[in-house]
Each structure stands twice: as structure tokens, then as C-alpha cells.
Write a protein that binds this ligand. Structure first.
Ligand code: CU
Length: 176
């Protein structure tokens, strides 16, 4: 009695564990018990194919080629920033910084100007940043994987290199 109940517990633990794992069903099918047949592993929806990728290009003209991104609340995203420019990073670096809804973009970027040591991300305002790439030099790229905010709204994004956002290097992520 005792052994069979603990075996049963073992099986359900195994079934639960495989439900959480990606696709390790071999372990459960190896257990010779009909109880595993009812485990909802096979019925579970296939895991998502990974985050949706959004590629943004920056240029020496201080512009993003994408200025409006519509996403679903909580969506898994990968933003890739590619710097197509040729000017040196010290003069024409670019990053992609997503800020909280309602952030005073001008104030944030003003603070960024004096944050050269941290690639123009002001540490005192780190709580405003939802996601960001690193600062890129010519022909460099970087990516950031994150979850879209769960709160619908408009989330500004900017390049925080001095004066770039003012020159128009900004956009908005719309969370629906
Ligand atoms: Cu820039």
C-alpha cells in the first residue's frame, strides 16, 4: 500500500515536471502506468516560437527607421537595433531605450547628457527604463529581449545620445 501510493506520487510529480519542461515526454512515457496517459502534456499548446523580433535601424541622420511599434500586452519581444551609420561612436552613437509610459522624455534626455560614463543612461533615472540596447558605434548591432508592459498605453522610446531625441530620434511603443 505504502509503496504503491508513493509510486503514484512519484508519477504525478514526474508528469507535472514534464508539463513544465519543454518537450521531455520520453520520461513520462517510460513509466509503465495508465495514470500518465491522462497527463495533459500532449494537449498543452506548443510553446511559443520565441519572442517576436522587431528590427530597428539607426543612421547618421539621427533617425530610427521605425517610430511606431504596436504590441500586445505582455508580449515577448526582441528588439534588434542595427546602426547603419558610419560616423564614430563618440560623435554619433545610437541606442534604443524604452521608457515607462508618462515619462518626461525631455527631462530624461536632459539628464542623459551628463551620463556619458554610463553610455548616456542616467543611473538616477534607471527606474524609468523598461528595456534598452547598448550604445552602438558604426555598423554595430545589439538586441534586447523583454516582455511588453502589461498595462495598455503609449511607451516612448528614444536614443539617449546627446541631442538625438530632440533631433527626432524617438518613437512610441503602443501596448494594446
Ligand atoms: Cu542616436
Amino acid at each position: 500500500m505504502k509503496t504503491s501510493s508513493s509510486l503514484c506520487l512519484l508519477i504525478s510529480v514526474a508528469a507535472f515536471a514534464s508539463g513544465c519542461a519543454k518537450k521531455d515526454t520520453a520520461a513520462t512515457s517510460a513509466v509503465p502506468s495508465p495514470t500518465t496517459a491522462s497527463a495533459p502534456v500532449a494537449a498543452a499548446p506548443a510553446p511559443a516560437a520565441g519572442p517576436r523580433t522587431i528590427t530597428i535601424e539607426s543612421s547618421d541622420a539621427m533617425k530610427f527607421n521605425v517610430t511606431r511599434i504596436e504590441v500586445a500586452a505582455g508580449e515577448d519581444l526582441k528588439v534588434i537595433l542595427k546602426n547603419a551609420g558610419t560616423l564614430p561612436k563618440e560623435a554619433m552613437g545610437h541606442n534604443w531605450v524604452l521608457l515607462k509610459a508618462g515619462t518626461d522624455v525631455n527631462a530624461y534626455c536632459a539628464a542623459a547628457i551628463s551620463a556619458r560614463a554610463t553610455d548616456y543612461l542616467p543611473p538616477a533615472q534607471a527606474d524609468k527604463v523598461l528595456a534598452h540596447t547598448k550604445m552602438l558605434g558604426p555598423k554595430q548591432s545589439d538586441e534586447v529581449v523583454f516582455k511588453a508592459p502589461t498595462q495598455p498605453g503609449e511607451y516612448p522610446f528614444v536614443c539617449t545620445f546627446p541631442a538625438h531625441a530632440m533631433a527626432g530620434m524617438k518613437g512610441v511603443m503602443i501596448v494594446k
